[in-house]
Write a protein that binds this ligand. Sequence first.
Ligand SMILES: NC(=O)c1ccc[n+]([C@@H]2O[C@H](COP(=O)([O-])OP(=O)(O)OC[C@H]3O[C@@H](n4cnc5c(N)ncnc54)[C@H](OP(=O)(O)O)[C@@H]3O)[C@@H](O)[C@H]2O)c1
Length: 282
Amino acid sequence: MQNQHEQYENARKRTKQKKRLYFHFILFVLGAITLAILNKGLGIGQDIINNWYLIVIVIWAFLFLIHVVNVFITNRFFGKEWERIHTDKILAKHDKKVAKLEGKVLKEFNIQEEVTSYQKNKQMITIIAAAAENNEIGKDNKLIWHLSNDLKRFKKLTSGHAIIMGRKTFESFPKALPNRTNVVITRDRNYTAENAVVVHSLEEALEITTEDSQPFIIGGGEIYKQALSIAHRIELTRVHHPFEADTYFPELNKSWKEIAREECHKDEKHEYDYSFITYERV
Ligand SMILES: NC(=O)c1ccc[n+]([C@@H]2O[C@H](COP(=O)([O-])OP(=O)(O)OC[C@H]3O[C@@H](n4cnc5c(N)ncnc54)[C@H](OP(=O)(O)O)[C@@H]3O)[C@@H](O)[C@H]2O)c1
């Protein structure tokens, strides 16, 4: 629509320019005749400069020529349309360069396959966890520490998204977490959960959350282990302290690259130092 409107505006402008040129031409012809009559016929100004009408006509003809050039060359080839065509050409060249660079980077870091699978699904499957120095994440079906900033971050990141968890993690909460689609995985076909969707495998959990651009896998240990091979990103809170535990976060191999880190120090509300670390699969 915008393109059509631009074309229409351009055509209207060109017609106006040509019309003005045509009037200029008529005026020039009539003016030249009038000047010749005044100078030659009536002898006006003959005593000052002989044949002055010729000088005026030549200057006017020169100005008329500039007008012609303006209408048929400058405005035609260097007007808005010309600008648009050339901007498009420059942008196309730029896009080509960027695509070439992207190809090089993907090849260099060998990430073609992962990026393609992520793009294909248009989903960023994200593991979110808090693990201590030795990957401890829980004991007796409870969390081992309380870090209010970590809980706030968890809430901020996961709100509005699906949260996928194992049955034991779900049962460690007093109730389903609000403002999120709670998805609980269990092998028990008779299991029911209030305000949560019950599924029977991680694959099934991901199938029912395909509409979500970033479903979060929130634990616990068993589910993290299974999710590691299909996740694209990990949001990990590393608590810099050792703890006694019975559940652990899996060891990350070299396919996970740290892309962001925020160091936080202990204070009156936080008993331990901790870091927010984001990993992405390369
Ligand atoms: N620090 C953290 O970030 C964090 C986060 C979450 C949890 N946690 C902690 O982790 C602990 C719980 O973790 P967990 O490893 O014991 O349990 P979990 O992973 O939360 O849940 C395990 C249960 O999930 C179901 N399940 C697992 N794999 C399945 C599969 N392939 N198909 C169908 N069902 C499957 C089974 O339920 P059924 O037995 O019903 O079949 C299994 O018993 C708690 O201490 C919790 O506080 C820590």
